[in-house]
Ligand binder design. Structure first.
Ligand code: KG4
Ligand code: ZN
Length: 338
């Protein structure tokens, strides 16, 4: 089964072609980051309009790189939510119409399902069941994954997502949006002993997270002071250490709580080098194995949507002619939604 996957939930337009027998055949992505940078965040209307501009050229490129004609395609998968509703509607209408014109089935995919299945695109994929740590700009969750469509949320953030906390703290440090990766590289030269920020929720049982207090602690460390590069790097390091410690410790507890031996890390913050190193070390000590998508598939992409769509279509799932776009959609409701 050969499936086109389309992602347009936020500020990346992406198209990929995945084949269940041959793997990923092609993927193309246009990032709108430069368009939104002047505003310090994603402007929904600008995002929607640019998706309209990019989708068709990206589809043509992806098909040609996959050496595929429309007749070779067995289905079309698209991100149906959660995300910016206008941006989602562009991708969903495009994908649904494409499937209709080609006389093929379409399937709407939960964006986070895409993220947590992304490690299956790698050469040594994890077997089900596994524990997933989803850390993106919009979500921070620990999910017990029993199979495709079978997701149990074990814990999640009560306020800001980890990526959101990275982005907001980066902004305070004067770094351009989205600042997660820039903050991480600034932290490379910072000293970890200079700031000991709180490790939110580690003193309590349960697997939920909270990152808004940490952002405030960083603000207090920065306030009223003209800090040079080295001092800003110390704050970045203190912040990154606190987020990483929290994510690693909660993941360790979750592995133990559900008795899993495989940990999948997904979402944009999964690109963080220190987090990857620390999770690998923790998993090793816990007798577990950790699986990461390659860096470019940690952040939003079409490959993960094509893969999730191919798995669902191969399981016989079919959707009607509805254009499915939902700004809010809980991952725990996914299986029941179909
Ligand atoms: O998964 P993603 O591309 O989009 C959402 O679905 O939210 O994640 C984007 C998030 C942003 O908050 C970005 O700052 C963060 O991932 N991010 C990082 C790194 N690279 C991207 N955060 C920390 N360290 C990084 N290296
Ligand atoms: Zn995402």
């Amino acid at each position: 089964m050969r499936v086109v996957g389309i992602e347009s939930s936020c500020d990346e337009t992406a198209v990929a072609v995945f084949d269940t027998a041959r793997g990923l055949l092609s993927h193309r992505l246009f990032s709108q980051v430069a368009l939104h940078q002047a505003y310090g965040g994603v402007v929904p209307e600008i995002a929607s309009r640019d998706h309209v501009r990019r989708l068709l050229p990206l589809l043509r490129e992806a098909l040609s790189a996959a050496r595929s004609a429309p007749a070779d395609i067995d289905g079309v998968a698209y991100t149906a939510g959660p995300g910016l509703i206008g941006a989602l509607l562009v991708g969903a209408s495009f994908a649904r119409c494409l499937a209709y014109a080609w006389g093929r089935p379409a399937v709407g995919i939960h964006h986070l399902e895409g993220h947590l299945l992304a490690p299956l695109l790698e050469p040594d994929p994890p077997a089900f069941p596994f524990l997933a740590l989803l850390v993106s700009g919009g979500h921070t969750q620990l999910v017990d994954v029993l199979g495709v469509g079978s997701y149990r949320i074990l814990g999640q953030t009560l306020d800001d997502a980890a990526g959101e906390a990275f982005d907001k703290t980066a902004k305070m440090l004067g770094l351009p949006y989205p600042g997660g990766a820039a903050l991480a590289s600034l932290a490379e030269s910072g000293r970890s002993e200079r700031h000991r920020f709180p490790r939110p929720m580690l003193d309590r049982p349960g697997l939920d997270f909270s990152f808004s207090g940490l952002k405030t602690a960083a603000l207090v460390a920065l306030r009223g002071r003209a800090l040079d590069e080295a001092a800003r790097a110390d704050v970045a390091r203190g912040f990154e250490d606190a987020v990483v410690d929290t994510l690693v410790e909660k993941s360790r507890r979750a592995l133990h709580a559900v008795g899993r031996r495989r940990l999948v890390v997904a979402g944009g913050v999964g690109a963080n080098r220190r987090l990857r190193e620390r999770l690998t070390g923790m998993a090793h000590e816990a007798g577990a194995q950790v699986y990461f998508p390659r860096i470019e598939f940690c952040t939003d992409n079409g490959a993960m949507i094509a893969l999730a769509g191919a798995l669902r279509l191969a399981m016989g799932e079919r959707q009607g002619l509805t254009i499915d776009a939902r700004a809010n959609w809980e991952l725990g409701d996914v299986a029941a939604g179909y």
